[in-house]
Design a protein around this ligand. Structure first.
Ligand code: HAM
Length: 424
């Protein structure tokens, strides 16, 4: 038997209703903040991620699905392609390719699958889904303002509250700018020098090539050493400190709670200044529902003009998991199961079902070949609230037997009153 590939999974009903619920709430909230949808390809040139996300990150070094794509003709040269491990690099590529700075400030979002070859576990998959949003544009449009950082974070708080996710924590940090980074990296290298030999192989490599990435380490034995390392907060320059203070001030003004976590550096190299994660207690080890931050130099790194930006990605799989408790109210069961009874009744029953569906009722329709007992069993299994019997006598009388499957109460209802009776 052929099974789904390790780390991938099928999303089946009724859970898909939860996904739709999340996506429609997300789209509603985005509309209120004037975000618009963008769709970019799910594979890109490998170089985009190497340059955008960073060679030394776990994502690029270990987790990408990359292949050599052979050209089919001379005009169609082969190249190295990669399934997108994240959406930001592709969106910034599109920003540059379509000269989107002409539009001023772009507020964009996309929803779709991402691919990372991670070790699968609860809440971690090799194909997973993100809801990604980005604010990007020329600085003249205000793209570098702390007001945008705060607006994005307030929007996320609004979204999580609206979805009924109560116990989230916003973890906030500033990872500074290239100015601060040089001094910080230097200090990290120095601090790591004596301890390096005791650390994992990854950290030994990171300590030399990109010491900031040491903070991504999950190896328990390395944590006491990492705890003693200097923090970026001690190295922020005047501009970065002011920016970070302004973000916090607006968050306080709008009443969005946060905690400062100065260990939070995020696992992608493009971040500058504000970096954040929302965590949720019920999720266990993979407790980050979403993450994001500012990437003021990313456009230039990809060959574009200066274009400060900030964004986030929600892990939709994890968001849906943390929603599981409210699932019951979202999963819509049929209002009524229409059961044709006896030969020649399929047409009449279909006519009735059509009328009821026009009244926005959820209607399941049976088959005249089913005996009454089987119709009842099918309706009960589907979780229908009512069963409506459509037999010859009912059609003649133009009134139908409507039975409440929970209470067992049965009444005869004229055709014209059916919809009203069912929603009652
Ligand atoms: P990220 O932190 O790598 O950021 O991913 C964002 C979220 O995607 C995570 O918090 C998590 O919920 C979810 N996620 C990541 N990997 C997996 C996985 N293997 N299985 C399930 N869920 C996963 C980014 O991707 C950035 N592009 C976010 C961003 C946008 N920054 C600025 N703009």
């Amino acid at each position: 038997m052929i099974k789904a590939v390790r780390g991938t999974r099928d999303l089946l009903p009724p859970e898909t209703a939860l996904w739709n619920f999340v996506e429609s709430a997300v789209r509603d909230v985005f509309r209120a903040y004037n975000f618009q949808e963008i769709r970019t390809p799910i594979f890109e040139a490998t170089e985009l991620f190497a340059r955008g996300v960073g060679e030394e990150t776990d994502i690029v070094a270990k987790e990408m699905y990359t292949w050599e794509d052979r050209g089919r003709a001379e005009s169609d040269r082969g190249q190295s392609l990669t399934l997108r491990p994240e959406a930001t690099a592709g969106i910034v590529r599109a920003y540059i390719e379509h000269k989107m700075w002409d539009r001023g400030l772009n507020k964009l979002y996309c929803i779709g699958p991402m691919f990372r070859r991670e070790r699968p576990q609860k809440g971690r998959y090799r194909q997973f889904y993100q809801v990604d949003a980005e604010i990007i544009g020329p600085a003249s449009a205000g793209s570098d303002s702390p007001a945008r950082d705060a607006e994005l974070l307030e929007m996320l708080a609004t979204l999580l509250d609206r979805l009924g996710i109560a116990d989230w924590t916003l973890q906030l940090n500033s990872v500074g700018c290239p100015n601060d980074r040089a001094a910080f990296n230097e200090a990290l290298r120095k601090a790591l020098q004596p301890a390096m030999a005791k650390m994992c192989a990854d950290c030994q490599r990171r300590a030399v090539t990109n010491p900031l990435r040491v903070f991504d380490c999950k190896v328990p034995e390395d944590q006491p050493i990492i705890e003693t390392l200097p923090r970026i907060s001690q190295f922020l320059d005047e501009g970065c400190r002011k920016h970070f203070a302004a973000v916090q001030e607006i968050l306080k003004a709008v009443g969005v709670p946060f905690v400062i976590n100065d260990r939070l550096v995020r696992g992608l190299d493009y971040y500058t200044r504000t970096a954040f994660e929302f965590t949720h207690g019920a999720l266990g080890a993979q407790n980050a529902i979403l993450g994001g931050g500012r990437y003021d130099g990313l456009s230039e790194a990809l060959g574009g003009p200066p274009a400060p930006g900030i964004g986030f990605a929600i892990g939709e799989d994890r968001l849906v998991m943390s929603l599981q408790e409210t699932a019951e109210s979202v999963l819509k069961k049929p209002d009524v199961y229409v059961a044709p009874l006896g030969a020649g009744m399929n047409g009449e029953a279909a006519r009735l079902a059509r009328e009821l569906r026009r009244h926005d009722l959820v209607v399941d329709l049976g088959d005249e070949n089913f005996r009454l007992k089987k119709s009842f069993e099918t309706a009960t299994k589907a979780g229908a609230k009512y069963i409506l019997i459509v037999g010859e006598n009912e059609v003649k009388a133009d009134a139908f037997a409507l039975k409440n499957l929970a209470t067992g109460e049965q009444i005869s209802v004229p055709r014209t009153e059916l919809a009203r009776k069912i929603v009652e």
